[in-house]
Design a protein around this ligand. Sequence first.
Ligand SMILES: C[S@@+](CC[C@H](N)C(=O)[O-])C[C@H]1O[C@@H](n2cnc3c(N)ncnc32)[C@H](O)[C@@H]1O
Length: 260
Amino acid sequence: MNVNDRKFIFHDLQKIEGYIDPPDALVFTSLLHAQQKKAFEGGVAEIGVFYGRSYFLMRKAVGNDGRVLAVDMFDLDDSDGVCRQYERFLDNGIRLNLAVDESLVIKGDSTKLDSKDVLEKIGKVRFFSIDGGHMLHHVMSDSKLAMDVLADHGVIAFDDTFNPQWPEVTVGVADFLREKGDSFSAFCMTKYKTYVCRREYHDFYERVVLQSPELLAFDHVETEFLGSKVTRLHNPMGRRMIYELMLRSGLTNFSERIYR
Ligand SMILES: C[S@@+](CC[C@H](N)C(=O)[O-])C[C@H]1O[C@@H](n2cnc3c(N)ncnc32)[C@H](O)[C@@H]1O
């Protein structure tokens, strides 16, 4: 990851309303870059785009020629009651000077999709971010879809896995790992997300997380989760507080330094 990528994560991306925070942005980018280094093929997909914060992070990592599928209802209203979610997503691409391939946007309920809808747009998927509906039926349906289209070397990133605000996500991800545990295993966890791959690739991705220079800023805590060894990336409270203070004081340009 070069200086430019870090500036993008810590400065440019912070202008986009959304949820992915620097620790997960560093994990996404490290995993996508590691896949590219190995020439792992496949598209990238996200369910739950909101205004594009994690979409544009993935777009930046794969380049404007990469295939990035965006799935969202795009039906959220602004405070004046007018729905501008899709328009604002496109505007954010212009602000960041990053492409949105509108032929690869699906506006609608992800639970109504099947694998064909994804495969005909981007083929097999090497990185699938699940951040759409947060109830059990959404997680069950979205994880099945991701599993059905995932390349052998693919990764699924589940959002809000241990957020007490969304307990059914926790249940959905645990059910998925218990039911599909013969084939899939978690290899990394952060405060918000759980990263899963096929068992054959567990050691590869575990090494990426352990060795990526961008992730050395975190404590790597070895944990066991439903039959697999998982690296939990711990981001101490003190650093999170300093980071928030820097953001609020408009010091996004310097916030990168506390994550070195
Ligand atoms: C938490 S936000 C996603 C945050 C985003 N990934 C980011 O980085 O800022 C959840 C999004 O999921 C979308 N969503 C909720 N239920 C959905 C469904 N059933 N199908 C598709 N999108 C859905 C919402 O419209 C919303 O934009």
